[in-house]
Design a protein around this ligand. Sequence first.
Ligand code: ATP
Ligand code: MG
Length: 563
Amino acid sequence: MSDADTITEEGARDFIRDGIRDDLAGGRVDGVVTRFPPEPNGYLHIGHAKSVCLNFGVAQEFGGRCHLRMDDTNPVKEEHEYIESIKKDVRWLGYDWGEHLYFASDYFEQLYDWAEHLVRASKAYVDDLSADEIRAHRGTLIEPGTDSPYRERSVEENLDLLRRMRAGEFKEGERVLRAKIDMASGNINLRDPVMYRILHSPHPRTGDAWCIYPTYDFAHGQSDAIEHVTHSLCTLEFADHRPLYDWFVENLPVPARPHQYEFSRLNLTHTVLSKRRLIELVEQGHVRGWDDPRMPTLQGLRRRGYPPAAIRDFAGRVGITKSDNVVEMALLEHCARELLNKTAERRMAVLDPLKVVIENYPEGQVEELEAVNNPEDESAGRRRVPFSRELYIEREDFMEDPPKKFFRLAPGREVRLRYAYFLTCNEVVKNDAGEVVELRCSYDLATRGGNAPDGRKVKATLHWVSAAKALSAEVRLYDHLLSAPEAGLEANPLEHLNPDSLKVLTDCRLEPNLADAEAGGAVQFERLGYFCLDPDATPDRPVFNRTVALRDTWAKIQAKGKG
Ligand code: ATP
Ligand code: MG
């Protein structure tokens, strides 16, 4: 077993939790406050779920609290729709921020006061350079930057210009406010970073109140400080920003001092985890929307049938480390399968129907056979499934001329019909094109329930559906969005789109008990996988999504690893 297997949601150990234990033991903090700080410019994906589970999980484990804070500093890309979807998704994952919902935009006035504070302390200045010029002055990783000619403006001039920026006297891009730190710093983030830029855009929450907006870097650490966040957990790409956040916190009269810890982002094979890429998928029509079941968004996973507990389990198994890696999609699927195996009731469904006529079964007769709802859970009880003279079986469960290792139905061969009888194929009926359209069969009444009193054995058990009573349905099967496992990390992942990521089957037959299925509720179609009713379903036309197939590629990957 790998280390990841031993980590459970409750007893997780990692460098962040160890650090928190030390902080509490050493008295650096007397409680734990974390936050999940999404920018409301897209829908949450499974990568965000890792961060949600970490932040809310840590708060729960240490008896602290976790805030949900919308980092809404960029009015251009942010929308109400995203704010609402983020709240919905975090709740769906099973977490509750209580009264602690915050918005960086609530701090705009405070942040602006602090900007003036830095100007008054000669630690910030208004720069008239254009964005391109600022970039050109910034230097490179090996060369220091050069000072802006406006760097030595007086406090009075800076204050006047900043106030006029706020008053809307200037055009976008004409001026910015920069922190005055060190243009020769080895850390480019400290080379006089921009704190405010002019954007004549209304903000979803503050409307027209502002035409200058703080940068993420100027807002983020101070927002944490305002909220008394003790542990700011973020992904590794912000490690280089930490000295800047610390500089702001040290130079401002903030009410508390957050400490930042960085962990590696989640990367997942066969998909993309970047809001920008996900927007492209939607806008270019490669998927049907944000909640397309192929999308790694939480709404996509939900529509696909992933239970939130499976995602929390996955986040726990992936664990928290500082090393970048790509996690197998098969692990996520494994988590869903393991949970659904315990919770999902079994039903029978035929995706590619082949008609069977049982010639020695009385015409017009329908009998109700008893079927087990969940062999993993006795309390799920039993149900009745209608059996009749005409049935459907899965086309691939029959071969006219079977190779050696094919044990299912073939001419002259006997198999078991699940919960029903032994069935023998006597004759194959074909159409003009030579395709098999029907099997003429016989059954053995003495094998009712699926066992022969004379002890004779069969090598296969098939699922089936009564033709007379079947519901006709659409079933959608999904495959990976990207065909190359690590395409998600490439410069243009969409070049690797899998053309067969969606297969729509329109002629499926379901056992009639599935008429009561509820949207989102999980069922196992025996031998086929876990499915859930899609919201596209109508009262007379069920539509099911396959969440995962039964075959477990993760188990195989692990077995291979053991050699
Ligand atoms: P994207 O790259 O998808 O746009 P982002 O980092 O810009 O993601 P934010 O809204 O800023 O999105 O993210 C909110 C929080 O979620 C941040 O703390 C960020 O570190 C975390 N997060 C985002 N993506 C991942 C990921 N793949 N794995 C772990 N945490 C992530
Ligand atoms: Mg971000």
